[in-house]
Design a protein around this ligand. Structure first.
Ligand code: NOJ
Length: 762
């Protein structure tokens, strides 16, 4: 049985040395205590051991058994037991993590515990809606709770660290990873980043239900050219500072334990070797003191970016820039020692990085008890428990966005038989989404199951698949092959539609059509689904279209022809229940889009907070202004858009004052009345437009929102405090600028809001 050897031989021994030189005062803060402990450990380490702390491998459970490790595995095994690996990703489970920790603590000279990391993105085993879906709830409290639950499950499985939240602002729905973030707006993204970080990390990282979080990918990854994953990023300083960086700044301020680089080059410098981002901004401007991890072999990819001739040079560039942990690149473990010996880099650079790694290990309590997270009993009790599934249902209901509802077709009423058609209707896997950690395959409640449970027995349900969405494998590692030929199910589906009062069509994208490496050039419904939809529509137009997808889609035809459209994303564990309850009206939809839905893929990138331009006119018939000749400028559904079964009427904006001097604030309020006979929730949004600025301003930007419950027939007064910070923006050198002058204040239900009042900053 391994005891906590660090208490016995390590820290206490080293601390004695440190403390005999400088006795700490009684009220020494816990931070400086940790810092003293870190110094004491550091003083015991050889250069190779230090570099080991910066080396991270993806290792499977085969490393914990007696098996015969050959080739590369044998090298890694030797490194593991000799203190040359500091953290491990993708090793899971209380038992496996305990075994590997024992190996390292027992066999390596100093026994410094490992960190176990994993991509816990929207749940560990219990799947919550994919992050883009969750963001549509605009419910920060619930998002914090789902991160908290995910952390509790992960921590009970021996994990210490998640590579989440992804806080890349995204404006191009072609990019597969839009499903992993919170959409196009920097302010909303920042608020959600804080909620998720607080959820993962809680108040105390040493608690056995919390884990360290990661702000990723730093930076610009969401602006990959033409939406192709890993592609180059070319953005100007305005976009960088006003759109991309704010969520990262918010994450740093919220105390996120780590940052992760991104794969892309940004303005001709690979993000992993980017001194401007990692030093000038992260460390100097924001004073960030956590640890920076590379993305998967992104140090190696510096060579592919062709700014380093070889891996040794890439290692040098990355460590100098401030990438501290090498994930799966083997660059540091191979070359850093030599670089120090050759005088090409200072050892102090390595010391600084190692300090950050050790500090995280101390904060997680690993030096007190390296095995505290690896508890088989707790794992059984917490992972996938019912409370977490209930929470998944609660947030799924709030994440659904009602896109269209002509003649109040929804909630369902006066129907006797329903045809449920589509490849996703009985699919129990798609709702789990991509980046699903340890989700159990096919474990979600399907739409059909949800309907069976929720619809009164008097309504007859019939089902036809209609068409297959894809052929062949459906998993994280393989490209999905879309079905473009097999129409054999059309006939049965059409027959069913003909004999039904209503058709519920469940269409969209499977879990693996969005996510990493899943960029699409065509963002209409994939495969033969639209063709089937059109044919069914010709027979029975009384259709409710339920969409399950991981990105905004081009739904122009659907919007023109289908009377009711429900955006149900990939909603997680209890997706079917949440959707069914929404269809029958037990849940009143309250989600709002966090990314604009385009009318056509050619509009991308499309986002509401764009520049005003020199030719902004939208008058029909004009030629020489900013537009496409074949598609109108507005999105199909704007940012912030979503319907409800209630009707909300907005009054006039009231201002406590029309002018603001630099140290005051203005209260802007509005009365929102629920004029319907149903209780509902509304996300009331505040936008501000800078009318004249030194650098060309955006047409408007979100500066506040409130999700309010409003009972049938009642009114609620919603107030926002407008502060001077809300009127500032980042100029090209990255400094905040607050400029006197006029601003428009908008309050409304989405980003297309027109009604506004003017204020003046004196
Ligand atoms: C690559 C992805 O870009 C990153 O987000 C993820 O955390 C790592 N792989 C580790 O799985």
């Amino acid at each position: 049985m391994i005891t906590n050897i660090w208490k016995i031989i390590g820290v206490s021994f080293a601390l004695t040395l440190v403390m005999s030189c400088s006795k700490p005062s009684e009220n020494e803060s816990s931070n400086s205590k940790t810092s003293a402990k870190v110094d004491s450990v550091l003083s015991l380490m050889t250069l190779e051991e230090k570099i080991g702390q910066l080396n991270q491998y993806s290792l499977g459970s085969e490393f914990t058994g007696p098996g015969n490790k050959k080739g590369q595995d044998s090298i890694r095994y030797q490194q593991l037991i000799s203190g040359q690996v500091g953290s491990v990703l993708n090793l899971l489970g209380a038992e496996n993590t305990r075994k590997m920790q024992e190996l390292v603590v027992e066999k390596s000279r100093l026994g410094i515990p490992l960190l176990f990391a994993y991509d816990v993105i929207h749940g560990y085993q219990t799947m919550f809606p994919v992050p883009l879906a969750e963001s549509s709830s605009w419910n920060l409290d619930l998002m914090q709770k789902t991160a908290q639950a995910a952390a509790a499950e992960a921590a009970a499985s021996g994990l210490h660290w998640t590579f989440a939240p992804m806080i890349d602002v995204t404006v191009d729905a072609r990019w597969g990873r839009v499903m992993e973030g919170a959409g196009e707006d920097p302010y909303l993204h920042s608020e959600i980043a804080k909620a998720r970080i607080n959820g993962f990390q809680g108040e105390d990282l040493a608690h056995n239900k919390t884990i360290a979080a990661t702000a990723k990918h730093f930076a610009g990854y969401g602006y990959a050219e033409s939406g192709k994953d890993y592609n180059s990023v070319n953005v100007n300083q305005y976009i960088l500072h006003n759109h991309i960086l704010p969520p990262f700044k918010a994450a740093a301020e919220a105390g996120v334990a780590s940052f992760m680089n991104s794969f892309n080059d940004i303005n001709a410098v690979p993000a992993t070797a980017n001194q401007y981002l990692l030093q000038d901004i992260l460390r100097e401007k924001w004073n960030y003191d956590g640890v920076v991890v590379s993305d998967w072999n992104s140090i190696g990819e510096i060579v592919n970016h062709a700014v380093s001739p070889d891996l040794k040079d890439a290692a040098k560039k990355a460590i100098i820039a401030g990438s501290e942990i090498d994930m799966e690149g083997s660059a540091y473990v191979q070359f850093l020692a030599q670089l120090v010996k050759d005088g090409e880099i200072e050892e102090s650079l390595i010391n600084a990085a190692v300090r950050n790694v050790l500090e995280l290990k101390f904060k997680l309590g690993l030096f007190d008890d390296p095995f505290k997270y690896s508890d088989i009993e707790r794992e059984k009790e917490i992972v996938g428990n019912n409370q977490h599934h209930d929470l998944a249902e609660e947030i799924a209901k709030e994440s659904i966005v009602l896109l269209k509802n002509d003649n109040d077709l929804l909630p369902l009423k006066n129907i006797k038989n329903v045809a449920v058609i589509g490849p996703l209707a009985k699919d129990k896997d798609t709702p789990l989404g991509n980046w699903r950690a340890q989700a159990i395959e096919n474990s979600a409640v399907s739409l059909y199951e949800g309907l069976e449970n929720v619809l009164p027995k008097s309504i007859m349900l019939k089902y036809a698949e209609g068409v297959k969405l894809s052929v062949g494998p459906n998993n994280f590692f393989q490209e999905q092959v879309i079905n473009k030929e097999d129409r054999s199910g059309f006939q049965e589906a059409k027959q069913l539609a003909k004999n039904s009062d209503l058709v519920l069509m469940a269409l969209g994208e499977t879990a693996y059509m969005s996510g990493e490496g899943r960029s699409r050039a065509d963002i209409t419904l994939p495969g033969l689904q639209k063709e089937l939809l059109k044919e069914i529509h010709a027979i029975n137009p009384n259709i409710v279209l339920v969409l399950m997808n991981g990105r905004p889609l081009d739904l122009s035809w659907e919007d023109e022809n289908i009377p009711a459209i429900v955006e149900a994303w990939h909603l997680g564990q209890r997706a079917g229940t949440a959707i069914a309850e929404t269809l029958v009206g037990d849940n009143n939809p309250s989600g709002k889009l966090t990314m604009s839905f385009p009318r056509h893929v050619g509009q991308l990138p499309i986002y509401y907070n764009h520049k005003i331009t020199g030719r902004p006119s939208t008058a029909p018939g004009q030629v020489f202004y900013v537009h496409h000749t074949d598609v109108e400028n507005s999105p199909l559904y704007p940012f912030g858009y979503g319907l409800s079964y209630s009707d909300f009427e907005y009054g006039d904006i009231e201002l406590s004052n029309n002018s603001l001097s630099k140290d005051e604030s203005i209260t802007a309020s509005i009365t929102v009345k629920n004029t319907s006979s149903r209780d509902g929730q509304e996300v009331v949004q505040l936008y501000i437009q800078d009318l004249v600025a030194e650098e060309t301003p955006m047409v408007k930007s979100l500066k506040g929102f409130k999700k309010v419950k409003i009972k049938a027939g009642e009114s609620v007064k919603v107030e926002f405090s407008i502060t001077k910070e809300m009127l500032s923006y980042y100029i090209s050198n990255g400094d905040l600028s607050l400029e006197k002058g006029a601003f428009n204040v908008f309050i409304g239900k989405d980003a297309s809001v027109k009604s506004h009042k003017k204020i003046e900053l004196e």
